[in-house]
Design a protein around this ligand. Structure first.
Ligand SMILES: Cc1cc2nc3c(=O)[nH]c(=O)nc-3n(C[C@H](O)[C@H](O)[C@H](O)COP(=O)(O)O)c2cc1C
Ligand SMILES: [Fe+2]
Ligand SMILES: [Fe+2]
Length: 393
């Protein structure tokens, strides 16, 4: 995509990545992702964040449409993750005078990732930098996403370059701004991004939202996905809700099944939820990627998990998804469990053990040998109804 001037003197010069299949080597990108990089042109030129290494030439070509890249005075490194810093080695060669600006916490990472030690200046919390006609200020938001992360605010145009905070998956489909975009698509991609990438650091996200409130922001320009100029409050609200892990008053039923015994009960649970007038989504853990299960679970307050007993434990696809959910420390769920077994069982108890640390509001279990009988299906519907009633309240 060609550069876009988002406010006078502030240009998006990033790239769309439509060829990486797995972000961070594990999260599927069916609609791609953008690495947003912003060029602030004052008397001195500053580049805020870069792109992943294979796209460095494209970034430089975009910059060259605005200013000669060798004239860049500052490279602002808001975050050291290589999706934003992979272009640093090339930028250092092309803009030899440029000074890197980063938090003190970024220094060891600059050295260990790229062997960079010189022409680096650390910035303090709230420090301002006058570029001549444009003024930057620096605001660390530790652990959103890594300890060294900061946001940069351009004061004259009131643009907050927020880095991974308020970002989303999904390459830019010919549009940069919230007022031009298919928001349903980008917000779904933002939920998936949130759950997969920043979910585990939700407390720092809430701290960052509080901290950045003090700035008179008119435009939120994250490092992935849309730039929010019509309604920056909308992405803030979305992130606040996701970070608080409230979840919609709805239920996700996630299950695995080999011979339909557990699957039939998943349907019965869903019937019970729907009968209570609560929206429900049924997910087969073996048929969607665990990252999708995680995002679906993050979305809704109710979570009912079903697993047949497999080798004395949990069905592997469901186990993988559950471990991911536990690892990301998803809180505030209203939960039910169910599952079929052949001779001794164990899956339901092991699911209960795995989730014990999360302090979830546990409703009930439906465990049964072999095929579900009429009575099991009635109990499963009742479980769905009970979870639904509790997420409503
Ligand atoms: C590979 C395999 C391993 C199993 N391991 C156990 C087990 O350790 N304990 C048990 O009680 N049942 C075990 N079973 C039996 C299943 O739990 C039982 O058939 C159940 O009804 C399957 O439910 P489903 O149709 O929803 O997959 C196993 C079945 C398979 C195919
Ligand atoms: Fe990151
Ligand atoms: Fe990122």
């Amino acid at each position: 995509m060609n550069p876009v001037e988002l406010r006078p003197g502030i240009h998006w010069v990033g790239v769309n990545d439509r060829i990486t299949d797995l972000f961070e080597g594990q999260w599927p990108l069916p609609y791609g992702v953008s690495y947003n990089s912003y060029l602030v042109v004052g008397e001195v030129v500053a580049l805020m964040d870069g792109v992943k290494a294979p796209f460095a030439e494209e970034l430089v070509a975009n910059i060259a449409q605005i200013v000669p890249p060798m004239e860049i005075g500052y490279l602002v490194v808001n975050h050291m993750e290589p999706d934003h810093t992979g272009s640093l080695p090339l930028l250092r060669r092309i803009a030899p005078r440029a000074e890197i600006l980063a938090t003190p916490t970024a220094l060891p990472l600059l050295e260990s990732f790229y062997g960079i030690r010189d022409r680096v200046r650390t910035v303090a919390d709230g420090e301002r930098l006058d570029l001549g006609g444009k003024v930057l200020s620096f605001h660390p938001i530790p652990f959103v996403h890594w300890p060294e992360t900061m946001a940069t605010f351009e004061e004259t145009e009131r643009v907050l370059v927020s880095c991974d905070a308020f970002g989303g998956f999904g390459a830019l489909d010919g549009v940069l701004f919230d007022d031009e975009a298919d928001l349903a698509h980008y917000e779904a991609e933002a939920v998936r991004y949130y759950a997969n990438i920043v979910g585990a650091v939700s407390k720092p996200v809430l701290k960052a939202i509080e901290k950045l409130k003090g700035l008179p922001v008119e435009v939120i320009a994250p490092s992935h996905g849309l730039v929010w100029r019509r309604d920056p409050g909308r992405v803030l609200d979305l992130y606040r809700k996701l970070a608080r892990m409230e979840g919609e008053p709805a239920v996700t039923v996630v299950y695995g099944s080999m011979y339909d015994h557990t699957r039939r009960v998943a349907d019965a649970v869903a019937r019970g939820v729907a009968a209570a007038g609560v929206p429900v989504r049924v997910v087969d853990a073996a048929r969607v990627h665990p990252s999708t299960v995680l995002a679906e679970a993050w979305r809704r307050r109710g979570l009912v998990l079903g697993s047949p007993t497999y080798d004395t434990g949990i069905f592997p696809a469901l186990d993988h998804a559950l471990r991911l959910i536990v690892g990301k420390r998803l809180a505030n769920r209203v939960v039910g469990l169910f599952g079929s077994f052949g001779w001794k069982g164990g899956a339901v108890r092991k699911m209960a053990d795995e989730m014990a640390a999360l302090g979830w509001d546990f409703v009930d279990t439906v465990e049964f040998p072999g095929a579900p009988r009429r009575d099991d299906l009635i109990r499963a519907e009742a479980l769905g109804r009970a979870v639904a009633e509790r997420v409503k309240g």
